[in-house]
Design a protein around this ligand. Structure first.
Ligand code: ATP
Ligand code: MG
Length: 378
């Protein structure tokens, strides 16, 4: 693996840490920085519970304030250190990720690696995630008019297009979902956690027996055989796009019957009534043709056959240009029915496993692990 030049980091904090709590914070030129544990403790008021802004599969996220007055989000990695790469390689990979800058990607500012501690430091996003700020309640959704939804969708598509097609080598995100779309103070969407799935999950090949992602956003080929590709991200983006237009959850259960958003959208498409999917919270204030186009793009992205799904650059083009989608052919979406079968099998195998919501990330070896059941059970 190529180790990036360490001189691009701010001066090492460990060398001159004696009488100053913030030895390197005067030098803030935007390059990747190594923070000390002490600095992060000070920034987050000793990781005070009132500064906690979220909790994810890898650990908690805290809001912090640096001495220069800027705000950061500090992600505490609770991943076992043994399962991670060596310290130097870990920092080097993060530095590479920190060099990736785009208006629709969350910027990684630096990290802290001290003994067993591992922290990632990001720009703080005032409006939290699409999951927290947009989904979940009618009041929240009401704040997102059509124009905002459109801009958010296009912004996310551009961020992904950048990762997939402009970046060399490209990055497959692997975990596109509403929780990983953060919103800055102006509601500009920023894709977060890119590059992390690979970095933290100790994978060696693209065709993996391990699956990382979230139930409902997972492309069937990824869920079934761990096959990761840009097209599996496109699938997840399609699910997200359907959510942004409809305001629906990725999966809901009614009288013990689960329905995935993809199934609902396909049923509406087949009955030639896609518009009924548009969020009622928009109060009919949306351009019909455009909303239809967005839903059709969503459906194109979730087609079962990965090859038929558009590339992200094509998605951006379709969403931004005046393209007539009336006669476009859309084939059947990939359903996650297989996941349900796995769920049933796992339920039989281990009915006492702890439960988890459909929104949680899972990482597991499909063939053997009881962990999978933990993530798949309701
Ligand atoms: N840069 C940030 N600025 C503001 N809030 C953030 C930032 N990063 C994360 N958060 C908040 O912390 C939460 C947890 O983030 P994290 O990435 O650890 O997990 P997740 O993406 O929510 O879920 P999972 O671990 O299942 O993938 C996010 O959902 C978001 O609410
Ligand atoms: Mg995240």
């Amino acid at each position: 693996m190529k180790i990036p030049c360490f001189s691009c980091f701010s001066p090492s904090t460990t060398e001159k840490n004696n009488n100053n709590d913030y030895p390197d914070e005067e030098i803030n030129d935007g390059s990747f920085r190594l923070f000390t544990h002490k600095q992060l403790k000070l920034a987050t008021r000793n990781f005070h519970s009132s500064e906690k802004v979220g909790e994810g599969g890898f650990g908690s996220v805290f809001k912090g304030k640096l001495v220069d007055g800027s705000f950061v989000a500090v992600k505490v990695l609770s991943v076992e250190v043994e399962s991670m790469r060596g310290e130097r390689e870990f920092v080097a990979e993060l530095a590479t990720l920190a060099n990736i800058k785009h208006q629709n990607l969350v910027s990684l500012k630096g990290c802290c690696v001290e003994g067993a501690y591992r922290y990632l430091v990001y720009d703080y996003m005032e409006n939290n995630s699409l999951y927290n700020t947009f989904l979940g309640s009618e009041e929240r959704r009401m704040r997102f008019n059509w124009e905002i939804r459109k801009d958010v969708s296009i912004g996310v598509a551009r961020g992904l297009d950048f990762l997939h097609e402009e970046l060399k080598p490209h990055i497959v995100h692997r975990d596109i979902k509403a929780k990983n779309i953060l919103l800055d103070r102006n509601f500009i969407p920023k894709v977060s956690d890119f590059g992390l799935a690979k970095l933290l999950r100790d994978e060696t090949s693209y065709i993996s027996t391990r699956v990382a992602g979230t139930l409902g956003y997972l492309a069937p080929e990824y869920a079934n055989s761990g096959q990761v590709s840009r097209k599996s991200d496109v699938y997840s983006f399609g699910v997200l796009l359907l959510q942004i237009v409809s305001g629906l959850a990725v999966v809901d259960a009614y009288q013990d019957i689960e329905r995935f958003i993809v199934e609902k959208a396909w049923a509406a498409y087949q009955s030639n009534d896609l518009l009924k999917l548009v969020d009622p919270m928009l109060n009919m204030n949306f351009p019909e043709e455009e909303a239809l186009k967005f839903l059709k793009v969503g459906l194109l992205c979730v087609q079962e056959t990965a090859k038929l799904r558009p590339r992200m650059s094509e998605v951006v083009e379709k969403l931004t240009k005046d393209i007539d989608m009336r006669d476009v052919h859309i084939s059947k979406p990939g359903f996650v029915a297989d996941l349900r079968n796995i769920r049933i099998k796992q339920q039989n195998l281990n009915s006492s496993e702890e439960s988890s919501s459909a929104g949680a990330t899972f990482t597991s070896s499909i063939s053997s692990s009881a962990n999978l059941a933990r993530y798949l059970l309701d």
